[in-house]
Each structure stands twice: as structure tokens, then as C-alpha cells.
Ligand binder design. Sequence first.
Ligand SMILES: [Zn+2]
Length: 58
Amino acid sequence: MHCVEFRTAVSARVDGEELPPGISDATLDSHLRGCAECCHWDERARRLKLLTAAFDLG
Ligand SMILES: [Zn+2]
């Protein structure tokens, strides 16, 4: 499985959407632990989500 597929899953999870077929939370987490680039992607996605949520409130 490629990083791009895990990043799609990261975005889905941050948005509270269903993970793509073939990727579970456990699969995603184990990839994030082993892949620094996707781990950073996950952090950025979460931060962006928080920022967006803050704007939605304001
Ligand atoms: Zn990766």
C-alpha cells in the first residue's frame, strides 16, 4: 500500500469520515508509527482541522 492511500485515510479520519476500504485504524496507526512523512501529514491535518473548527465557531 502506498503513502498516498494512507494520507487519504488520515484526511478521512480527521474529518470523521469512514476510512477507505482495506485500511483500518490499526493499519493506519502502524503505518504512521513507521513513516515519518505520513506522521507529519497526520499532525498537519489535525492542526488544520482544529484551526478550521476554531473559525467555524467564530
Ligand atoms: Zn507513509
